[in-house]
Design a protein around this ligand. Sequence first.
Ligand SMILES: Cc1cc2nc3c(=O)[nH]c(=O)nc-3n(C[C@H](O)[C@H](O)[C@H](O)COP(=O)(O)OP(=O)(O)OC[C@H]3O[C@@H](n4cnc5c(N)ncnc54)[C@H](O)[C@@H]3O)c2cc1C
Length: 279
Amino acid sequence: MSHPSISFEFFPPRNPKKIVELMKSASLLVRVKPEFFSVTFGAGGGTTDLTFETALSLKESLHCPVAPHISCTNISKEKVFSVLDSYLEAGLERLVVLRGDQPSGCPAASDFPFASDLIELIRRKYGSSFFLDVAAYPEIHPESASPKSEMLNFRKKVQAGADRAITQYFFNCDAYFRFVDDCQKYGIDIPIIAGLMPITDVTGLRRFSSKCGAEIPRWISKRMDEYSDNREALGDFGVEVLTQMSTRLLEEGAPGIHFFTLNKTDSVLKICANLDLIR
Ligand SMILES: Cc1cc2nc3c(=O)[nH]c(=O)nc-3n(C[C@H](O)[C@H](O)[C@H](O)COP(=O)(O)OP(=O)(O)OC[C@H]3O[C@@H](n4cnc5c(N)ncnc54)[C@H](O)[C@@H]3O)c2cc1C
């Protein structure tokens, strides 16, 4: 297996003390030589400054490429331009480009209904100044009418200028491989990085999975129940499952793994150590 692309996603901490804590734990992940770190962006631009500050702190303290996310729900063209201008000025030349989700009960107000609209705009204004990652959904996005419309809409993002995709997390590797095969049938040839979510918090994982359409297989769910009041056993189980998944994904051709760390690094470090990725 050639060296895969490994990346780690964080959300921007809300206060300076937490930023310092994050830098400390992120510095441990540098030993994996990740291709990049990424920092999420709250829908509507609510975390604009925090995303920028966190991305900049990571870049400056760890000397590793950082991709801030940008999402286009409830955000104007002018705001997008000012955010992206500041990213470029700071030397942040990678982006993860997303639509984001509408907070429930709020009417949609956006210059861009879909991520493909934002990608088009970025390419029109900034040419190839940014490397663009986008989202992909092996288990089908909850709003997609069918697997076919999923593929057609994903292809629009690629045609608009996406360089690569990172998948929503999944626990079923066959869904990933099926999706990659389908991409070939639809003439989509960008690399598709597998997104993986460590199993550390039963309630949060269940809530988020039902919202984003990630299926938790019964055999995993039952063990999550069993270990729900034993953090250590749950963590060990999660590391074992994700190590097995990562090994299979990389051996069978996934170009890389993106870990949704939720700002916790213990599990991902153990998984990377099991994969022999720590230098
Ligand atoms: C790796 C990763 C990182 C993420 N980071 C963030 C983050 O930082 N901030 C955040 O708010 N959210 C984030 N998300 C969540 C993401 O915003 C949601 O999943 C959102 O619901 C969809 O975003 P998208 O970019 O895939 O949207 P899109 O690609 O626009 O797709 C959304 C839905 O619309 C459909 N669709 C697309 N184009 C069309 C069209 N032309 N006509 C009709 N239907 C269409 C698609 O099939 C899909 O069902 C992330 C997701 C992933 C996988």
